[in-house]
Design a protein around this ligand. Structure first.
Ligand code: GSH
Length: 221
């Protein structure tokens, strides 16, 4: 079986999956780059892989291609239980999944290429208005994380206790993605503390967008 990850350096959703793969010790046989900045996600070749035209997609050749980062991470959790990325208790699992969804469901979709393109091309927002939009939603998410993580019972070295969970993966994606739009992540001290702790882990560091083939040295918007 050949494991193929459809990826792009800047994709935060793929960053999440890369971290999960690294933590689980699963190495894709092939990385297929889909340049989101050139619109390759809308070309026929990738549309046939994921009709939603979004990264990531994971194809193990043994069934339908997997899509949506949370679904892929949960699949990896089920098929490669070690190290566990969800706590054992249902309440803990609910908290971790809830923390994931702040980024995955609520904040990240506000700043993806298709939304940014729609705002500028269809609704004619200028660059400054676009940045105001993106930064607003990024800050909303970071504020929500900060409040949860400082007041929530359960926070430890990481988002949930002292072991890495899916919540940390999503938090790091959120923070790195916010940084691409010059959002001051350091203004959220608990978020920053946990993100820094995660990025000390090579599974996170190696998956970083700026470490991927084709990535620039830095990003500003
Ligand atoms: N909820 C999806 C989000 C997928 C998504 O929006 N991916 C972005 C890259 S991070 C993408 O492919 N965008 C292409 C576009 O917006 O046209 C997930 O978590 O997988």
């Amino acid at each position: 079986m050949t494991l193929k990850l459809f990826s792009f350096w800047r994709s935060i959703a793929t960053f999440r999956v890369r971290i999960a793969l690294n933590l689980k010790g699963v190495v894709p046989d092939e990385l297929v780059f889909v340049d989101l900045l050139k619109g390759q996600q809308r070309q026929d070749a990738f549309r046939a892989v994921n009709p939603q035209m979004l990264l990531p997609a994971l194809d193990d050749g043994d069934g339908p291609v997997m899509f949506q980062s949370m679904a892929i991470m949960e699949y990896l959790e089920e098929t490669h239980p070690q190290p566990p990325l969800l706590p054992r208790d249902p309440r803990g699992r609910a908290r971790v999944r809830g923390l994931c969804q702040i980024a995955i469901s609520d904040a990240h979709p506000m700043s993806v290429p298709r939304v940014r393109n729609y705002l500028t091309q269809e609704l004619k927002l200028d660059q400054q208005q676009l940045l105001t939009w993106v930064r607003h939603w990024q800050n909303e998410a970071l504020r929500a994380y900060e409040t949860h993580l400082t007041s929530g019972v359960g926070t430890g070295r990481y988002c949930h206790g002292d072991a890495i969970t899916l919540a940390d993966i999503c938090l790091v994606g959120q923070a790195v993605g916010s940084g691409f739009f010059d959002v001051e992540v350091k203004a959220y001290p608990t978020v920053s503390r946990i993100v820094d702790a995660c990025l000390e882990n090579e599974a996170f560091a190696r998956a970083h967008p700026l470490k991927q083939p084709g990535a620039p040295a830095s990003v500003s918007h």
